[in-house]
Write a protein that binds this ligand. Sequence first.
Ligand code: SAM
Length: 255
Amino acid sequence: MSGRVALVGAGPGDPALLTRKAVALLRRADLVLYDALVPPAMLKIARRARRFYVGKRAGRHSMTQDAINRLMVRAARRGDRVVRLKCGDPFVFGRGGEEAMALRAANIPVEIVPGVTSAFAAPALAGIPVTHRGAATAVVLVSGHAAEAYEPLLNGLEPGSATVVVLMGLGRRAAVADHLIQRGWPAETPAAIVFGAAHPDGQTWHGLLGELGRASVADFSAPGTIVIGSVVALAPFIGSEVEPVLERRRTAGRG
Ligand SMILES: C[S@@+](CC[C@H](N)C(=O)[O-])C[C@H]1O[C@@H](n2cnc3c(N)ncnc32)[C@H](O)[C@@H]1O
């Protein structure tokens, strides 16, 4: 029996943004273990596979990381071709590295299949280039989860010198904005939140850094990516696949 595990990036949500390798592996899979942000349409590609949700979202853990690792090892030892399907890219805030190491430690063959990360796809689909000649020549990607992780990095940035992209940051959007403003970033710096990029109901909030904390996110159950920097102002000139949030909603969030 020689099973194996592929850690596969599902991209931001649209099945058309899956890589060809991801599609081929899904078609051949015996077992698919998928995360919260993987849309059902994508799972249909894995016609012959058993499919299990093992996701975690906003602290609601359906299965511990250890249990997921054990499940993958057991299935591969049984001879299954396992696809571990993760949103975006498996190695960008996706614990893909931990899973790969656990599998290697158990002598299970592992294949890594990169995916289109929402960190860059969400801004792109909203018409925001994260780098742009004359506007931003660098981009900084942080998780909004823990201030002790992002603050030292943001402290080292000259105000306005880079585009800042924040994943998992909706709950801490006010803290991130306040921190940047305290470090000298103008409150008028353009900012956006791209909700559910590459999903049919995706929407984008546009505003200023000083308004970010008051942006209304309650209407959205979709995940959101925060983008801060002058490149955000290019969106009207580039065009967007992600609907702008209605002005009514934006105003409602200002209270
Ligand atoms: C646990 S991280 C995983 C990131 C993923 N590995 C990637 O490369 O995109 C989840 C965060 O990614 C962002 N995200 C994922 N899918 C998204 C989408 N379709 N639109 C906007 N943001 C998304 C959100 O910030 C969300 O909180």
